[in-house]
Write a protein that binds this ligand. Structure first.
Ligand code: GUE
Length: 295
């Protein structure tokens, strides 16, 4: 069993990006600038957004964090989005999800300029991904593809089972893995809550990508010997023995699953850091694109 070390791989990517930023600085170009809108004060969301800001600092990007109260109106949030759309210094931005229930996430997503949509959530960018056109691929699926590529995990001709059909992870993952690309060229099955024989399908997976948000859902008996397992889940479970008061658990029961795997991602230190590295890659790309349009 080999660990797919997302933390270390993300550090490598950040070093690569920092070198690009140095080059931009040396040639008098524009420093990439990422903005994030955070609504409310959910603990996990705060952690993620704060680490995204820290990542920007580490690679030499400019960053702006816009904090809005949990009771902000949808119109006010949309006004902030418009402001970032037209702010020429901002290359890309994200609106952290989940948003409070009174805000329509789809409306917000639709309001983001696709050229600045470094999350790759907008219909334009999702459509472009489906067609294999240049686009921003959303950070988590992109990070997983990058991890598979850098560890040279063989995917061509393999059976890839994706567990979960979210817009952000499961659905794009299934499309990327089935594409004529490397990684990719897999035969993909997407399973979800209405799949009757889920355990059986999972057992037939050479590559199992799990994103359903249920702690320890995948157990050893659901995994084939020699499989590659990607654990996207990250749930905070109360744990009074820790200073933080919680521990992080993936969707995969690491203890029973890992002995059967060729490769497996840990939680934490697997997909999470790769997601953040991908966001930086997308921001650099956004800056390049905007520059090209200007030149
Ligand atoms: N607009 C938007 N874009 C996102 O990309 C987005 C989002 N909203 N909402 C929530 C999810 C989740 N997500 C994570 C990012 C980093 C870690 C991460 O760095 N995890 C660390 C542990 C962090 C911790 O201590 O909690 C790890 O796995 O090692 C996890 C999850 C981005 N998301």
């Amino acid at each position: 069993m080999q660990l797919l070390d997302g933390k270390q791989t993300a550090e490598t990517i950040k070093t690569e990006i920092a070198q690009q930023v140095e080059l931009i600085k040396a040639t008098g170009g524009k420093i990439p600038h990422l903005a994030a809108i955070l609504v409310g004060n959910d603990g996990a969301s705060e952690t993620y957004v704060n680490s995204k800001v820290a990542d920007c600092k580490q690679v030499g990007f400019d960053s702006t964090l816009i904090r809005l109260p949990a009771d902000v109106s949808e119109d006010e949030l949309l006004a902030q989005v418009d402001k970032l759309n037209s702010d020429d210094d901002i290359d890309g931005f994200i609106v952290q999800v989940p948003l409070p229930a009174h805000i329509d996430e789809t409306r917000v997503t639709l309001a983001i300029d696709p050229a600045k949509d470094v999350d790759g959530f907008s219909p334009t960018n999702v459509g472009r991904m489906c067609l294999g056109l240049p686009t921003f691929i959303s950070a988590t699926p992109n990070g997983i593809m990058e991890l598979l590529a850098r560890y040279q995990v063989k995917t061509s001709g393999k059976h890839c089972v994706v567990v979960g059909r979210s817009n952000i992870v499961g659905t794009p993952m299934s499309i990327l893995m089935s594409r004529n690309s490397n990684p990719g060229n897999a035969t993909v099955t997407l399973v979800h809550s209405r799949t009757p024989n889920m355990a059986e399908v999972c057992r037939s997976a050479d590559i199992l990508i799990v994103a359903i948000g249920k702690p320890d859902f995948i157990t050893g008996d659901m995994v084939k010997e020699g499989a590659t397992v990607i654990d996207v889940g990250i749930t905070r479970l109360p744990d009074s023995s820790r200073a933080s008061g919680f521990r992080l658990t993936g969707d995969v029961d690491f203890t029973s699953v890992s002995p059967k795997c060729a490769f497996i991602t840990p939680v934490p230190g697997g997909v999470g850091p790769m997601t953040r590295a991908s966001l930086l890659q997308n921001t650099l790309k956004a800056q390049n694109l905007r520059q090209q349009f200007k030149d």
